[in-house]
Write a protein that binds this ligand. Structure first.
Ligand SMILES: [Zn+2]
Length: 181
């Protein structure tokens, strides 16, 4: 199962956060592509460098808040305020269009609106009943965030396609080595 929470997917754009870090948003262009792929690109303009920096800062705020909630702790008030501020600044809203909920940018700063959507998604994902479901990936170099909606709440990986698969392959290699002894 892949990461179905937008805000947590966003935090994964810094991959291997606790290993050999991979920055998946190295340039404003790449950030624009990520927005596009996630339904958050509201205009054709390439994000500015300042917007990219704001996005990367928000990403780490979301990660810290989520990781703290996953450990059943109280997030740092500074991070909470940063998250709330990003939410407040966003002017995006949803409209019902032909049975589909369409996100619309209401402000003059589409990227800020997109970050607002991410902040709101993060808030919704760590608040209330969801707080107990926030988990970190069992992969020590990833520790990515996810919401454990599995029936037995025993999901271990942020994504089966990446970390789950890697663990499966490692286990198989280990079994093979044992068998060869
Ligand atoms: Zn992971």
């Amino acid at each position: 199962m892949d990461n179905d929470v937008l805000a947590f997917r966003f935090t994964e754009t810094l991959a291997e956060r606790f290993g050999d870090r991979v920055e998946r948003l190295p340039t404003p262009e790449r950030f624009g592509q990520w927005l596009e792929a996630n339904g958050l690109r509201f205009d054709e303009a390439v994000p500015t460098r300042a917007e990219l920096r704001a996005a990367q800062a928000l990403r780490e705020v979301v990660y810290r808040v989520g990781a703290t909630v996953a450990q059943r702790g109280a997030p740092d008030p500074v991070d909470v305020e940063a998250l709330n501020a990003a939410s407040r600044r966003g002017r995006a809203y949803v409209e019902l269009r032909d049975g589909v909920a369409a996100l619309v940018s209401g402000g003059r700063r589409p990227v800020i609106d997109a970050l607002g959507v991410i902040a709101q998604d993060a808030i919704g994902s760590v608040a209330g009943a969801f707080a107990e479901l926030v988990s970190v990936c069992a992969d020590p170099s990833c520790r990515g965030l996810f919401l454990d909606m599995s029936p037995a709440t025993n999901r271990r990986w942020c994504s089966m396609n990446t970390c789950g698969n890697r663990a499966k392959k490692a286990a198989m290699a280990e079994r093979r080595q044992l068998a060869e002894r």
